[in-house]
Design a protein around this ligand. Structure first.
Ligand code: DX5
Ligand code: ZN
Length: 216
């Protein structure tokens, strides 16, 4: 199966959001990656529910919502109402990880968990069978356009082994510093889904860049 491409709208032109959503609709992208930052869990504030609703109004592909917020449990119903299809929260931001996963599924979304660069894969061993997706952060969360952290490649391999050892299925998604060079190595290591923000939106032709990533 070909790799899933999830362009991060964090790097889009927010004064032309409908135009950029339609570019993604008409491209080879599979999902919309939506980064929500609360200014507490990460040192940046992005956007919240009204912007997600606006994207949902025009998007014809699933919304892959990555929440970089404290207390994710408090807002699960709101993200569902705004149109999230996949909801990915941070391991580091939830005290009761198993409960958060179940609550996301009960709300009718796919459940994902994100790991910061310092968080070991092994911490997922007791919940991997409950997860639809694991998001490996290959930069420290908070900003687009940062440098890829090399250690992420070995985390992908380790996660693939963990998934195999439990005889389960789970999408391996990578977020941060993805381009054609890092993307190729990530796919070789076992990644199923790639998030790309600045590499897509800062390129001359975002539509072609998405198509190039899709070929990896
Ligand atoms: C960072 C976000 C990313 C970001 C990736 O905290 O989670 O999704 O948009 O941006 P690039 O692809 O530019 O590293
Ligand atoms: Zn993200």
């Amino acid at each position: 199966m070909s790799v899933i491409i999830s362009p991060s709208v964090l790097s889009c032109d927010f004064s032309n959001i409908q135009r950029d959503v339609e570019m993604i609709n008409n491209s080879k992208a599979d999902w919309f990656h939506i980064d929500v930052m609360d200014g507490v869990f990460v040192p940046n504030i992005s956007f919240g529910f009204p912007v997600i609703e606006a994207i949902k109004k025009y998007a014809t592909k699933p919304l892959d919502v990555h929440i970089m917020i404290q207390n994710p449990d408090l807002y699960i119903a709101d993200f569902k109402r705004c149109g999230a299809d996949i909801l990915t929260f941070h391991y580091e931001a939830s005290t009761h990880v198993h409960r958060t996963i179940q609550a996301i599924k009960q709300a009718g979304m796919k459940a994902g968990i994100a790991l910061n660069p310092h968080t070991p894969i092994a911490l997922l061993s007791e919940v991997i069978e409950d997860l639809d997706l694991v998001l490996i952060m290959s930069v420290n969360p908070g900003f687009g356009g940062q440098k890829f952290i090399e250690n992420s490649i070995s985390k992908v391999k380790e996660l693939k082994l963990l998934i195999g050892s439990k005889n389960t299925t789970c999408i391996i998604e990578i977020d941060g510093g993805v381009n054609l060079e890092t993307g190729k190595r990530l796919v070789e290591a076992g990644a199923n889904a790639l998030v790309a923000g600045s590499f897509v939106f800062n390129s001359e032709n975002p539509n072609n860049t998405i198509a190039d990533l899709k070929k990896l």
